[in-house]
Design a protein around this ligand. Structure first.
Ligand code: UDX
Length: 488
């Protein structure tokens, strides 16, 4: 109604195009942002790749959920690859290249043919690793804001990588002393080691096309007219102050999943506590029945294990985790995605010799769950995680301390911060052997490290404060909305 009224008066109605990189961890938080924009009376088109939209359509519950959001709509664009091409973690580089070469002209065509009509886009919020969308926005005179889905600490370390090369701190060999300090990232001089730098900066990875791509996109973000981070001031304030010196307007509006809840409760105060209903990206099929299993366990007795949507482990690595979990003697709920284990002869429901009893008694293994719900369950006392940024924020909000086993990209530095700076995690990077897993899971669930639980409680409280009315993320989000409306 507001839109029709606005048009009648000749006003341009703000219409935001939200465009994520097509991986679950990116779609997840940008979909949360899209909902927040709708809650602020903006019209939103969420641009999915045809490949992802095809996966989504197989999930009618998800499609149904968005029928309740009249100002939201999905639209699709080709990622340039044939539908049958693989798009797993190993293939991300090809996907990036393809999108830059082939999706860019399609986007230009789409936006210019919409100009002046009812579908005209007045603002683009594009994934910070799809800077071609900002190029198109600039060409067509559409204000574009970059959204980086990673932590600010990770962003800042990528941004400083050229300085590290200049100072001779990079490159280093894969077999060099990984505990050697890194001095060239301002704000991290006292605790950063080689092993905490992104996997993209280690050894010969530094010269890979993927690294060149990420570093290049990061430099471009610094020149974007505005930059959004899914973080909050009390978590990353000190590093943010360095990024702020780069001129861009910066919005820190996280944790987004908590900000949605805060805004919804404000707008619909009489809804039940379980409102809004759980929802994910709709891209992965969820296994049922785990909530009943969790209900039957004592408070804080279960370790939840998940390595996100992209991690691929070898069969040997998986078995080390399995032994460690069973030997810890604790209950475990473990997400093992169907595409998570590399090589042939995957587990096929076969419990390795010697692990039958412990697995049956204490373990539950599933292909995908609603992670927010699991982390919010009273029975969950710890999270063995790969330190993806969404997972880290979800754990923070739930006040669940972590054991961190980072896999790649931003995760190496997230886990260092979780342990050394925020005190909410035990960083076991580069050590996934059964003894380390067993010991750290025990320490976590038996609450051997008093500092962990206290820091997790404190950080959860600060996250809630940030998204509540008058909090830093709440206010930053309102400023973002004002600027989008003003530019329309
Ligand atoms: C990756 C990066 O590591 C991350 O830091 C970056 O911001 C996006 O790309 P991913 O490895 O998938 O993402 O990890 P993460 O950021 O933790 O995202 C995974 C998401 O999947 C989380 O929001 C989590 O709640 C969800 N998830 C995971 C489920 O809903 N169910 C599951 O069973 C497992």
């Amino acid at each position: 109604e507001k839109e029709v009224e606005g048009r009648r008066k000749g006003e341009r109605v703000p219409h935001v195009l939200v465009f994520p990189f097509p991986a679950v961890g990116h779609v997840n938080c940008m979909l949360r942002l899209a909902q927040l924009l709708c809650l602020s009376d903006l019209r939103v088109t969420f641009l999915h790749t045809e490949y992802n939209y095809d996966r989504l359509r197989r999930n009618p519950e998800h499609v149904d959920y968005f029928r309740h959001w009249p100002s939201f709509k999905y639209r699709t664009i080709s990622d340039g690859l044939p539908m049958e091409s693989p798009r797993s973690a190993k293939d991300l580089e090809e996907l990036w290249m393809s999108m830059t070469a082939r999706t860019k002209p399609l986007l230009r065509e789409m936006l210019s043919s919409d100009a002046g009509g009812t579908e005209e886009v007045t603002c683009i919020i594009a994934d910070g690793i799809l800077s071609f969308a900002a190029d198109v926005g600039r060409e067509l005179g559409i204000p574009t804001i970059a959204f980086r889905t990673v932590s600010v600490c990770s962003f800042w370390s990528y941004f400083c990588a050229p300085q590290l090369v200049e100072a001779g701190e990079l490159p280093f060999q894969e077999d060099a002393d990984l505990d050697c300090p890194i001095q060239g990232v301002p704000g991290m001089e006292t605790f950063l080691r080689r092993r905490d730098l992104s996997s993209f900066l280690r050894g010969k990875e530094l010269y890979s096309p993927a690294t060149a791509f990420v570093l290049n996109e990061t430099q471009k973000n610094a020149k974007a007219s505005a930059l959004i981070f899914n973080t909050f001031e009390d978590l990353e304030g000190p590093i943010l102050s360095h990024v702020r010196a780069l001129r861009s307007t910066i919005y820190t509006i996280g944790p987004l999943h908590a900000l949605i809840r805060s805004k919804l409760h404000e707008q619909y105060p009489h809804q039940s506590k379980s409102f809004p209903p759980k929802f994910g990206t709709g891209l992965c099929e969820e296994d049922g029945s785990y909530l009943q299993w969790l209900d039957s366990k004592p408070p804080k007795s279960v370790v939840y294990v998940s390595f996100g949507s992209l991690t691929i482990v070898t069969r040997d690595e998986l078995l080390e985790f399995w032994h460690g979990l069973v030997n810890s003697g604790k209950f475990f709920l473990w997400v093992i995605r169907p595409d998570m284990v590399s090589g042939d002869g995957i587990l096929e429901d076969v419990i390795p010799a010697g692990l039958e009893e412990g697995t049956k008694e204490r373990g539950l293994m599933l292909g995908w769950v609603s992670q927010e719900q699991v982390l919010g369950h009273d029975a969950v006392g710890g999270f063995l995680t790969h330190s993806g940024w969404n997972s880290t924020l979800e754990s923070i909000v739930a006040g669940v301390p972590m054991v961190c086993w980072p896999y790649f990209a931003d995760q190496q530095i997230n886990s260092r911060f979780a342990d050394e700076v925020w005190g909410i995690g035990l960083d076991i990077k580069d050590k996934g052997d059964r003894r380390t897993v067993e010991q750290s899971v025990r320490d976590l669930i038996e609450n051997k490290n008093e500092r962990l639980r206290q820091s997790a409680d404190r950080m959860a409280m600060l996250a809630r404060k940030a998204v509540a009315k008058g909090g830093s993320s709440y206010d930053s989000f309102d400023r973002l909305i004002q600027s989008i409306k003003a530019a329309s």
